[in-house]
Ligand binder design. Sequence first.
Ligand code: G6P
Length: 614
Amino acid sequence: MCGIVGYIGAKQAYPILIKGLRRLEYRGYDSAGVAMISQRGALNVYKTKGKVDNLTDYCTDKDVSGSIGIAHTRWATHGEPSARNAHPHYSQSHNLAIIHNGIIENYADIKAKLQEKGVAFASDTDTEVLVQLVEYIMSNRSLTLLEAVQTALFQVIGAYAIAIIDKREPTQIIVARKQSPLVVGIGESEFFIASDASPIIDYTDKVVYLEDGNIAVIRLGEELKVMGIHGEEQELKVKKVDLNLGQIEKGGYEHFMLKEIFEQPECLTNCMRGRINVEGNQVTLSALIDHHQQLLGAKRIVIVACGTSWHAGLIGKQLIESLCRIPCEVEYASEFRYRNPVVSKDDVVIAISQSGETADTLAAIQLAKEQGAFIYGICNAIGSSIPRATDTGTYIHVGPEIGVASTKAFTGQVTVLSMLALCMANKLGTISIERYRQMVSELTCIPKKMEQALQANEEIKHLARIFTYAKNCLYLGRGYNYPVALEGALKLKEISYIHAEGYPAAEMKHGPIALIDSEMPVFVIATRDRLYEKVISNIQEVRARGGRVTALITEGDEQIKQYADHVIELPDTLECFQPLIASIPLQLLAYHIAVCKGKDVDRPRNLAKSVTVE
Ligand code: G6P
């Protein structure tokens, strides 16, 4: 959450910073700002409430010159979204400017102490405290900027990725990270900094991912210098970024979310490539080759995740328990980390995260590691913090996901969980070889079936108009389709701001049934599976109370057509892979309802794509 960008080199910084902010806007967009040191040595800071477009409008008549600068797009934690709380923040003398992603937890204590010494604050943020502290240390102890940053960071509790510039030293940016991501791009006599590699790839493919506790000094004309917390120099680990522009552009779609929904067949093919053999009957995951003892020896599996990734975990639990016969629990990482859970060295903890940066998931991993568990990560963002913190893992390889509401990452996560469960079950001998082959072969057919499901787009667009004015919606499903109901409801809430609840269909009669009337659209995932007849009874219960039912059915099912007001037909597949197909119409429905309501689909209010604060 919050995006940070920086540039130092021979070019004008402003256009590079703005372009970078637009790439990072998915991380937060309630305010934005830039700071540049001009040729004449002025440190100009401009910031506005709202999205990056507001900032560029504001800057049209400002002096934005300078070839060193930092910029920020914010997701508010401390202090309401406003221009005064937007970053960059000046120090009191206006010599320094800082941008920050994270939370300084002890900011109130530090602020009170600085105020006693006469320091005046211009914002309500935790971030300003840090830049004021750095300035205070510099002037009272006659330290350099680097020394003052090092000293200040020792006093700070919390998470941060920061960049700080000093107008008296216009050839230097100091950056540091702890629990918040930061990448430095190395060009020809120029450097870039960013929260992820997407703002950097237009200029260079050479990057250094800073590690927790690293401070880096970026000086023009010198090599990048990375240090540990005590100033000890670190070996420079330069990596090549494997990301292309096409992956982070809309490719003709109106929104990233729509593009990402439509790319799912291709993404899942990429996810399975090299892992399922060409005959389509054998899965191989390198993590299982390298760590088979730890993984196959698990007495219990605990899945930790947040948001949509947690929903994927609920499907993973069913796959693992039914195929591998290993007990599996799914936990919200934010709850797990604080409830003193019982974890042992015989446990395998699976951490699922699209961004690989979610603070609660990282903390849950840390806790499980300390208690001796073996940690397996399922992530999308290559080189992010979670894959680096785990013992092993599998990337979902669905490409960058920009739309804040997760779509292709969800189906990618479910695909990896399916491959993992199948691979483990085969090695453990908990399923027959015939069943294993049949299931692997069916998994390879999912991209084709997804394409078929996507053909309902126009029909769903039409249906969406009917639901645009709904105040509440209920999503029902059972078994593997229960997490699909949760995910469908979450998508609707996230982007259209309609209240929606996902419920196990049979539990409806223990509460939500009281809400049902003709004003309440009910979406039921009612594909032909073991619980089909029971779901039909649930549909009848809704109908008997005047509820309006839209059912997702297996193609050719004539029975449910008699009871439902609307149906969406889905290609048939195995029950355990149904979520991969059934989530598509629900993603499209949420998307089209939000578009009908005129909402900003890719940047829904109050949300952020990567939640790096707890
Ligand atoms: C945020 C995003 C969600 C995501 C969740 C977990 O809330 O808006 O789309 O599911 O974080 O993120 P992760 O990157 O760990 O999957």
